[in-house]
Design a protein around this ligand. Structure first.
Ligand SMILES: [Zn+2]
Length: 794
């Protein structure tokens, strides 16, 4: 049984122990009955076991992962992913998770990685359904103003929302706003708690999203609780008193007088509790036990309480829905809201869970509320990352070669999606290659330089597209792009197609948008012609050729053709014009060689420098096209189209190949650079076998390179135990260093982390064969393992 945090492991252990006898517990702090048939542990411990090839692993039949949506945790999610990849295939996994939208995708990955069938069992139904309310009460009269805005079926109740809005507006009317001050807060809390008590809605968890606001809310509750309300009976109070002191008695008398202890005991005795990361571990544990016994009626807590142990209440209250995420204020995410709101409603005790959002000064917009309450949970995203620690551990056995690592990387969740996509790309590539193979080769004698022609043609078209819209516009203004004029356009079946302009399409600013042209049908079918629109950037050139003025009426041609479905259907007038048009074009067999065209610089007087530059480029490439031998081939157009098609397909092939290669392994380049670093620093030798330094780095879950360097360069060995503890505290006290007033619980946590680090370093000293250093570290560890810091594990 794996859980994300120690506290949850402890709780699961206690729960299991009530039912079964053969249960053990393994966390960083405790080892109880480690040879039991059922072991509860944190995922980190399981990973260590996997890397150390522990005996437990080889006998493992099932692993149950609780709260496995932790895979999303940016700091520690990668540990879960590594464990999923490394667990032996014989072992069956059961994963328990909150609702996630992409559970099937995740299961798909797991199944592929584990090479096993995966079954997804899910329900959107909560055993205890939730009702969501807004609370706008603030005095005796409005004390019970709690209104449901989302019911147990997830339906938003707009009328109730409107009513709350009006009530808040009513309070604001006097000053235009509601004054933010402790008095207002106290009033609201006093009425809220009286309301909850009267309506039998306690116990409640009051989620307050910052530690400081937690403490100020408590101040307010303490200030009003002494004379305004009584949460618990005298009998309950004495039960709490004797329970608390039974445990606190073990502390040294000076520790018993710590301000946090004194204050918390006073709170607990009134049925109030507090739970956040700044609270001393021993007090946290006492609070949890009292809360699950129903003796704490109002618990003020931060988000961490929702992520930790499973302790539901009848009611959950949100002090506010704003959260500071370290950079900005933002609304709670749907998944965060649901995680906390989900604490409302105890199985078997409550028919519904009550969730209340306090509206102290304002009412959140309804889109904000619905997004948060009814929104989608966060997707599971791979947090996989390469660490030196992981690489060293994978290389522990000397047989590891590159392909093993590739396989390991391929099995990560992130790569899974890329691989899925690459399977599709691969299919596409196969069919493309088949298509290319079936194309007949062009063995025409005249077309030996056709492939090069195609490449030049492509560059030419790019230049053309850059200038032709402007040239056409200028030509129109100078009367050179008129009805009856012949232009050369890029056609679908003939890249150099002559076309007769029958209409110039313009927008309301007189800018040219397209040309309606009449062109001869492909294959030179005697009567074939086509009327269509062409974009101006598909025009090669405007010829100095046109049908005589008034020799035809374009309107008649358009009318004759536009309402006819069959484009090639001949009409009398059109046929007459087509004949004239064909006569005019007959002097060349295709229009590429027709060079008698309008010169943009001289005929249109284009003088702008950048435009002239572009036009020169277009002319240069156009002239270059005329130097190729292939254009003299009698079947040039046909041969060109075939070859050009083949070139286009080959380009697609190259694109797909590139996609496949870059897609297959995102982590491989990083892996290779990391290996180089490890080889340069002598952690791995040239044959990728671990050296002593590498074996030491295997032991360090964090700061692996820095700590190993310190150890192997004798930075630590000459120090006294006290100095060692002081030096290593740099690694675990980061949180303390950037805070001015630090709460007791945080300091204790840092010291515990330091102790964990000392354990790793001691193992490393043992591996190095340095007995003296090992003993010193043991002394340092003993020196910090005292008093209140470690008493919660007794
Ligand atoms: Zn040819």
């Amino acid at each position: 049984m794996c859980t994300p945090i120690k506290a949850l492991s402890n709780q699961k252990y206690r729960d299991f122990k009530k039912e079964f006898s053969d249960v053990g517990l393994l966390t960083g702090d405790v080892q109880i009955d480690s040879d039991s048939k059922c072991l509860v542990m944190t995922t980190e411990i399981l990973l260590q076991m996997l890397y150390n090839r522990s005996e437990v692993i080889s006998n493992l039949e099932f692993v149950v992962f609780d709260e496995c949506h932790y895979v999303n945790d940016p700091e520690r999610g990668h540990v879960w992913e590594e464990v999923f990849i490394l667990l032996p295939q014989t072992c069956s996994l059961v994963l328990l998770s909150a609702t996630v939208p992409n559970v099937v995708q995740f299961a798909d990955w797991l199944g592929r990685t584990r090479k096993k069938k995966t079954y997804v069992v899910s329900t959107r139904k909560r055993p205890v359904p939730l009702r969501h309310y807004l609370y706008v009460g603030r005095d005796k009269k409005s004390q019970h103003d709690r209104h449901m805005i989302v019911d147990e079926n997830g339906v938003f109740i707009n009328d109730n929302y409107k009513m709350c809005e009006e009530l808040i507006d009513g309070y604001k009317q006097k000053f235009g706003y509601i004054k933010r001050c402790p008095q207002t807060e106290r009033q609201i809390y006093l009425n809220l708690i009286r309301h909850l008590q009267e309506k039998d809605k306690l116990p409640a968890i009051l989620f307050t999203l910052s530690r400081n606001r937690c403490d100020s809310n408590l101040e307010n509750l303490m200030a009003i609780s002494s004379d305004s309300f009584q949460l618990i009976s005298k009998a309950e109070e004495s039960r709490i008193h004797s329970f608390v002191w039974h445990h606190l008695r073990q502390l040294k008398s000076c520790d018993q007088k710590l301000p946090q202890i004194v204050r918390t005991v006073e709170m607990l005795k009134r049925g109030l509790g507090v739970h956040h990361s700044g609270v001393l571990p021993i007090l946290k544990e006492l609070t949890e036990i009292l809360f699950s016994d129903g003796l704490i009626k109002v618990l003020v807590a931060t988000e961490t309480f929702a992520m930790g142990v499973n302790m539901p209440a009848r009611t959950v209250v949100f002090d506010s829905i704003d959260k500071h995420d370290g950079h900005n204020w933002r609304d709670l995410l749907p998944s965060e809201y649901i995680q906390m709101a989900g604490r409302a409603g105890r199985r078997g005790k409550d028919a519904n869970g009550t969730v209340i959002i306090l509206c102290k000064y304002d009412i959140p917009d309804s889109p904000r509320l619905t997004r948060m309450i009814q929104g989608c949970a966060t997707q599971l995203v791979s947090q996989f990352r390469l660490t030196y620690h992981m690489i060293c551990n994978i290389h522990k056995t000397s047989q590891t070669d590159e392909t093993d690592i590739e396989k390991f990387l391929e099995r990560s969740f992130g790569e899974h999606n890329r691989l899925k996509q690459s399977q599709d790309v691969n299919k596409e590539l196969q069919s493309l290659r088949q298509q290319i193979e079936t194309l007949p080769a062009n063995d025409c004698n005249h077309c030996s330089d056709l492939e090069n022609f195609c490449l030049t043609f492509e560059e030419y078209v790019q230049c053309l597209r850059a200038v032709m819209p402007t040239i056409c516009q200028r030509a129109l203004e100078k009367g050179r792009l008129n009805i009856g004029r012949i232009v050369v356009v890029i056609g679908a079946e003939n890249p150099f197609e002559s076309a007769l302009i029958v209409r110039v399409n313009k927008d309301r600013h007189n800018n040219i948008t397209a040309l309606t042209v009449l062109s001869l049908a492909p294959n030179n079918a005697t009567n074939g012609f086509q009327l269509r629109d062409v974009a101006v950037d598909c025009v090669h050139k405007i010829l100095n050729k046109q049908l005589k003025n008034k020799s035809f009426d374009p309107k008649v041609i358009i009318d004759e053709n536009e309402n006819v479905k069959n484009k090639y259907k001949a009409k009398e007038e059109t046929l007459r014009v087509v004949d004239m048009f064909r006569d005019l074009c007959l002097d060349t067999n295709y229009s590429l060689l027709n060079t008698d065209s309008i010169d943009p610089k001289t005929n249109l007087q284009i003088k702008e420098l950048d435009l002239v530059d572009k036009i020169n480029k277009y002319i240069t490439f156009g002239t270059k096209l005329l130097t190729f031998e292939c254009i003299k081939c009698s079947d040039f157009v046909l041969h060109f189209c075939k070859t050009n098609h083949k070139i286009t397909l080959r380009k697609q092939e190259i694109d797909l190949e590139f996609k496949l290669s870059s897609q297959s392994l995102q982590f491989l380049p990083e892996y290779k650079t990391r290996i180089e670093v490890l080889q340069t620093m002598l952690y791995l030798n040239q044959h990728l076998v671990l050296e002593l330094k590498g074996r030491i780095a295997c032991l360090m879950a964090e700061h692996e390179l820095l700590l190993t360097e310190m150890l192997t360069n004798n930075v630590i060995s000459d120090l006294t135990p006290q100095q060692i503890a002081a030096l290593l505290s740099c690694f675990s006290f980061a949180e303390v260093l950037d805070k001015t007033s630090v709460q007791e619980g945080i300091i204790v946590r840092c010291i515990q982390r330091l102790d964990e680090l000392l354990k790793f370093v001691k193992m490393a000293a043992n591996k190095m064969g340095n007995k003296e250093l090992e003993d010193k570290i043991e002394l340092a560890s003993k020196a910090i393992r005292r008093d209140i810091v470690f008493c919660q594990n007794k």
